[in-house]
Design a protein around this ligand. Structure first.
Ligand SMILES: C[S@@+](CC[C@H](N)C(=O)[O-])C[C@H]1O[C@@H](n2cnc3c(N)ncnc32)[C@H](O)[C@@H]1O
Length: 246
């Protein structure tokens, strides 16, 4: 939204999330009628095999207030490697860290480690991760191709990628949803959060996001194999999956 370059765009995104962090969970669950929780759970279920391996190294990227991290943690067994949870907004991450602390109260419970980091420059060695999962964060990156290449670098050969993102459904559902998404949602967001920019940004960022076929082509160009997209709830959201070839 008017940023001159990629670093300006990233800074603007970070500022938006820092400013809405106190209201983020409330608005998220309210505006989606709680369906966002089901989407994250469903995405976690897709990766149940890798999550069940205690030694697997797992990163929730753009973890925000940590709801995907918690859905992933619920599928880890006692004594598993901690999940890394990264975000570049300190205010969002601080809320996530509080939830992780609550979750890990019982000794032996799988836990998460919050990391303040930029998705385009992960502080992770080459080929270190078995799974990178991200929910509603990828859309905000200043450069999608550079992001995919960075994820490819950090994954092990055979490692998996899961990107849960909003989409724009077609047909009649799409028409009704467009009215909600472009008119009703920004108005409710503005009323609750007291600011215009964040909830005007949401539909605009979804509007400029590539269509599934285009994003799948970008994943392949970054070197990924077995690239696929599964629509959730008429395509209002969807899970992109891919694998770094062995
Ligand atoms: C819409 S929130 C999603 C949070 C969480 N994953 C969820 O499912 O609710 C998007 C998050 O992505 C983070 N984010 C956006 N761009 C990022 C980047 N380049 N590096 C790290 N985090 C980023 C934002 O700070 C924000 O917390």
């Amino acid at each position: 939204m008017g940023a001159a370059d990629e670093s300006g765009a990233a800074e603007a995104v970070r500022h938006i999330f820092d400013s809405i962090a106190p209201r983020y969970d409330l608005l998220n669950h309210l505006l989606s009628a709680n369906i966002d929780r089901l989407w994250r759970r469903r995405a976690a279920r897709h990766f149940r095999a890798v999550l069940a391996r205690p030694e697997a190294s797992i990163l929730d990227l753009c973890c925000g207030t940590g709801d995907l991290t918690l859905a992933l943690l619920r599928r880890r067994s006692r004594g598993s490697q901690p999940i890394l949870a990264a975000d570049f907004s300190r205010a969002m991450l601080a809320r996530g860290a509080n939830k992780f602390g609550e979750h890990a109260r019982k000794p032996g419970t799988p836990y998460a480690v919050p990391i303040e980091a930029d998705a385009l420059q992960l502080p992770i060695a080459d080929g270190a991760l078995d799974l990178i999962a991200t929910a509603f964060g990828f859309r905000n990156l200043a450069n999608y191709q550079a992001g995919l290449e960075e994820f490819f670098r950090a994954l092990k050969p055979g490692g998996q990628l899961g990107i849960l993102e909003f989409g724009e459904p077609g047909g009649l559902v799409g028409k009704a949803y467009a009215v909600y998404f472009h008119r009703v949602l920004p108005a409710i967001g503005r009323a609750i959060c007291g600011q215009d920019v964040p909830y005007a940004y949401l539909p605009r960022s979804v509007g400029k996001f590539p269509q599934p076929g285009q994003l799948l082509a970008m994943m392949q160009a970054a070197g990924f194999a077995n690239c696929a997209w599964r629509p959730y709830t008429f395509g209002i959201a969807g899970l992109y999956t891919a694998e770094r070839p062995r």
